[in-house]
Design a protein around this ligand. Structure first.
Ligand code: NDP
Length: 294
């Protein structure tokens, strides 16, 4: 391996320390800690783990955490009325509804019901619109974490050719907007893209967010490129279930200049970006200038 390993865990820990250090000043002005409300509907095991870890991280940093669990059978009205309560609750600065929701619920309507000032997941159409318009706002956590990692490796990204593989509202689209705002020349690829290998080969920055285990091969990576692997797929190797990314790590690491591992790359940054967004939302809701932590 010749690529530099981008240690998402270490970056996330360091951001967490900066977040925790900024809380006493907020408490001195408001008499409270920033508050994060996480809503889980149903009992999907993976979602339960994510929700628990978000609440645990908020408390570890010194924030208030409010966890709400609704049954799998919950109806749209029940969920919307909980969102309305959380919108009105002054102790709550950020609201995150864990996705995916059970099939009977309309995710877009639920996300759109969140007060945009509390949209710490950055998925509200107002947040997406502000990002696309170049206005400050709350940015989707995973792409924000990816940008923090890219800046830590590259400093300025201006003028670089970037490819984002994946065009979801959660990752691909906001990632492309963030890279554009950094003055990259951005290509967005998706499942209908032709000649993906050739397109990836031209990129100085590769962000892979498609959920296709190890599809991007080392021979696709331009020598010296920076590779951010968002994808997570569970595969069985030698009888053991392991987590792999969208990039074939071992071969890509021979060509890349820097690369994130899976696990231990983007994942820890996603959760810490949520804490970061909660802190920012708490300041903005009070009319305070938010601390600049990265
Ligand atoms: P989605 O399924 O919503 O989107 C996947 C995107 O990848 C789509 O735009 C799809 O194209 C594109 N795609 C699928 N197959 C191919 C292909 N063969 N070639 C090119 N593009 C393809 O997923 P998400 O954006 O929500 O997540 C992507 C991955 O990132 C998943 O593995 C997810 O688990 C992971 N993830 C990890 C996080 C972390 O913190 N580590 C956080 C969030 C996500 P099309 O639009 O044409 O269908």
């Amino acid at each position: 391996m010749c690529a530099r390993l981008i240690d998402g865990k270490a970056h996330a820990n360091s951001l967490g320390e900066r977040i925790a250090a900024s809380l006493p000043a907020f408490a001195a002005q408001t008499g409270r800690a920033p508050g994060l409300a996480v809503v889980l509907v149903g009992n999907d095991a993976a979602s339960e783990v994510y929700v628990r870890s978000k609440g645990k991280m908020a408390r570890k940093l010194g924030m208030d955490s409010f966890e709400h669990v609704l049954p799998e059978s919950a109806g749209q009205e029940e969920l919307l009325s909980l969102i309305a309560e959380l919108n009105a609750d002054n102790r709550v600065d950020g609201i995150l509804v864990q996705l995916p929701l059970p099939a009977q619920l309309d995710s877009l309507a639920v996300i759109s019901a969140i007060d945009p000032a509390k949209d710490v997941d950055g998925l509200h159409p107002v947040s997406a619109g502000r990002l696309a318009s170049g206005l400050p706002g709350l940015v989707s956590c995973t792409p924000l974490g990816c940008l923090m990692l890219l800046r830590s490796v590259l400093g300025s990204l201006a003028g670089l050719d970037a490819i984002v593989v994946g065009r979801s509202i959660l990752v691909g689209k906001p990632m492309a907007q963030l890279l554009l705002a950094e003055n990259c020349t951005v290509m967005i690829a998706h499942s209908r893209t032709k000649g993906l290998a050739e397109k990836v080969r031209r990129a100085d920055v590769v962000v892979a967010a498609m959920g296709q285990a190890e599809m991007i091969k080392g021979t696709w990576i331009k020598p010296g490129a920076t590779v951010i692997d968002v994808g997570t797929s569970r595969v069985v190797r030698n009888g053991r279930a392991i987590l792999v990314g969208d990039v074939e790590f071992a071969s890509a690491a021979r060509s890349a200049g820097a690369i994130t591992p899976v696990p231990g790359g983007v994942g820890p940054m996603t959760i810490m970006s949520l804490m970061h967004n909660t802190l920012i939302a708490a300041h903005l809701r009070k009319g305070f200038a938010p601390p600049r932590l990265w």
